[in-house]
Ligand binder design. Structure first.
Ligand code: CUA
Length: 157
């Protein structure tokens, strides 16, 4: 090998490192077996939340073989549904909104942590690879019951 080949080798190694680095940031694990895929927002009038098709009856809905949509109402001082159950190896999109004040939808031990602002629908898609039990908590002070505002997320096999 001459000097030129070494140079190429190092250049290749450096490029590979950059690709791996970017991939790590993009697909970095947000918790054990939980990967963030998307994070976006849309709007809804707070007064319409209880009459809305999705948020009037918050629920888990299967939309594909391994795909689920979860509609969550974060309100003083609870989450509805309060217990969310999704299967392992599934892709789950959460839609969360508030009919009253600012809350958060934060799943302990993962990167699922979004502010829930009245008038906005916080949306995020995550992958659940392994079974587990997670606490859902509110990280935004929302009033006297703030500290009791919690829920559960079960990833089941
Ligand atoms: Cu809801 Cu703090």
């Amino acid at each position: 090998m001459n000097i030129h080949s070494y140079e190429k080798l190092w250049l290749g190694a450096a490029m590979l490192l950059i690709v791996v680095f970017i991939a790590t940031i993009t697909y970095g694990a947000v918790g054990l077996g939980v990967a963030m895929i998307d994070d976006a927002e849309e709007t809804i009038s707070p007064g319409d939340v209880f009459d809305d098709d999705r948020f009037g009856e918050p629920r888990v809905e299967q939309v594909g073989e391994d795909e689920y949509e979860v509609y969550v109402r974060a309100q003083t001082f609870t989450y509805n549904p309060n217990e969310i159950v999704v299967p392992e190896n599934s892709e789950v999109t959460f839609y969360v909104t508030s009919p009253d004040v600012i809350h958060s939808f934060s799943v302990v031990g993962t990167n699922i942590n979004t502010m829930v602002i009245p008038g906005e629908i916080s949306t995020m898609t995550v992958e659940f690879d392994d079974p587990g039990e997670y606490g859902i908590v509110c990280n935004e002070y929302c009033g006297s019951g703030h500290h009791d505002m919690e829920g559960k997320l079960y990833v089941v096999s």
